[in-house]
Design a protein around this ligand. Structure first.
Ligand code: F0G
Length: 454
């Protein structure tokens, strides 16, 4: 059989409120052309993020009812802990309300002025949590990972030579080595098992703890199974276990590869570090057996983890993004290739060369996608990264638009619709205009800035 069907039936639905392009033009104007300001029920297909937007299964909803809300020692915590250990066998598992809380706790201990923390690419909250402690966050992804149109099976890989040189140069000022799987900021690109192992080996040789940001670990394992030599035919769960076997800890957002709407964790093997983390956790999140979550959330995560490693799910999941990416590529829309695990990335700068980077080509594409088709994506480019803390502006390294797929939420006809909207957009792309910013805050401007069309 050729068609990869959605490996689920729909038991409970949410209506999409239909709107017309005319209505959306007005809504866009009222939102000052900032898609973060739209009401989500004015969006037809919401691809702003794959985080916390998953559809939970019937079994997860059942698990929610059996959640135990005891303050300390809840059985929900022990189910959560066991489900994580089944996939990644860390000694200490510390629940947090989401991924960035795990990062904040970890770097409040490991960060600090004069410290240097390398990764393939730090996600922006990771970078933020490192930098607020005064430490420096550096991205050492392989050169192929920075070229959107270049096809390479593991564009998220760490540049091992650069990592060694970095450890030589900064020595004891490096408190840990991080690795993000998949590499979200680089287009959801995977890291090979060989690269994970080699990164771990280098970190160990230099006596540095090796910490994985594991948000999309199951998608990463799927790519390893499909693309890495010697991994074909292996069970996803075994690959996942191998990925974490050499790590000293991990940070996790359960809003991604645990099918949960909220949650996360910090896992560590070192007793002393874990003690410090739990002390901090009690101050900022909660008691170590709930960590900022309700018992029912812990159960939803535990059940979600048993579902995320299902091969039929992963095949459908990865194929959706691949399908849209292939169709856009065939239509001449420049896309990040190969397709990443959780999103389709459009290279707006390459597609709209008539719009200068400082007139935000990514914003132009994102706004038009909404107006034409009610699709909400996210600019990842000069709007997001173009402004320095001193207020000066420069083009970001790329101007991308991310269309992030919520898990188990949209169907093939939604995917075909997205492609159709791009067909319409392609026909009129030369008429698109840039934007200017009329008001902006001093930091993280993409969330609240106001825009006007040029
Ligand atoms: N690490 C990675 C690789 C992420 O993609 C995210 C979140 C986090 C950490 C932080 O986790 O949101 O639970 O605090 N990424 C979302 C996104 C927000 O849209 O890419 P969180």
């Amino acid at each position: 059989m050729k068609t990869i069907i959605e490996p689920f039936r729909i038991k409970s639905v949410e209506p999409i409120r239909m709107t017309t392009p005319e209505e959306r033009r007005d809504l866009l104007r009222a939102a000052d052309y900032n898609l973060f300001k739209l009401h989500s029920d004015d969006v037809l297909i919401d691809l702003l993020t794959d985080s916390g937007t998953s559809a939970m299964s019937a079994r997860q909803w059942s698990a929610i009812l059996s959640g135990d809300e005891s303050y300390a020692g809840s059985p929900s915590f022990f189910r959560f802990e066991a489900a994580i250990r089944d996939l990644m066998d860390f000694k200490h598992i510390i629940p947090t309300h989401q991924g960035r809380a795990a990062e904040a706790i970890l770097f409040s201990i490991l960060g600090g002025k004069g410290k240097f923390i390398p990764s393939n690419t730090h996600f922006d909250t990771t970078r933020g949590n490192i930098e607020t402690t005064g430490a420096r966050a550096d991205d050492l992804v392989i050169a192929e990972g920075k070229n959107p149109s270049l096809v390479h099976p593991f564009k998220g890989n760490m540049d091992l030579a650069k990592l060694e040189a970095y450890l030589e140069q900064h020595g004891d000022a490096v408190p840990c080595v991080m690795l993000t799987i998949t590499n979200n900021a680089g287009g959801g690109q995977p890291v090979s098992l060989a690269n994970i192992r080699a990164t771990a080996e280098i970190a160990r040789r230099y006596g540095r703890p090796f910490i994985i940001d594991g948000c999309r670990f199951a998608e990463n394992a799927w790519f390893i199974q499909q693309r890495e030599e010697g991994q074909k035919g292996r069970a996803i769960k075994d690959i996942v276990r191998d990925c974490f076997a050499d790590a000293d800890g991990m940070t996790m957002s359960a809003k991604k590869d645990a099918f949960a709407n909220i949650g996360g964790w910090l896992a560590l093997n070192d007793d002393e570090l874990a003690d410090k983390a739990r002390t901090r956790l009690i101050m900022t999140e909660g008691f170590p057996t709930y960590g900022g979550l309700a018992g029912r959330d812990l159960d939803a995560i535990a059940q979600g983890l048993s579902e995320i490693v299902d091969e039929d799910y992963l095949r459908y999941r990865i194929r959706t993004n691949e399908y849209i990416t292939e169709r856009l590529d065939a239509m001449g829309v420049p896309v990040v290739k190969p397709a990443g695990g959780h999103a389709v990335f459009v290279d707006a700068r390459a597609w709209l060369p008539h719009i200068a980077p400082l007139q935000y080509p990514g914003q132009a594409v994102a706004c038009k996608l909404y107006e034409l088709g009610g699709i909400r994506g996210c600019e990842i480019g000069t709007v997001m990264f173009g402004r320095a803390p001193d207020g000066t502006e420069a083009p970001a390294s790329m101007d991308l638009v991310r269309l992030a797929m919520p898990r188990r939420v949209y169907t093939q006809s939604h995917a075909d619709y997205i492609v159709e909207v791009f067909e319409e957009l392609t026909a009129m792309k030369d008429s698109l205009r840039g934007y200017r910013i009329t008001e902006q805050p001093p930091a993280l401007r993409h969330f609240t800035a106001k825009f006007a069309p040029l």
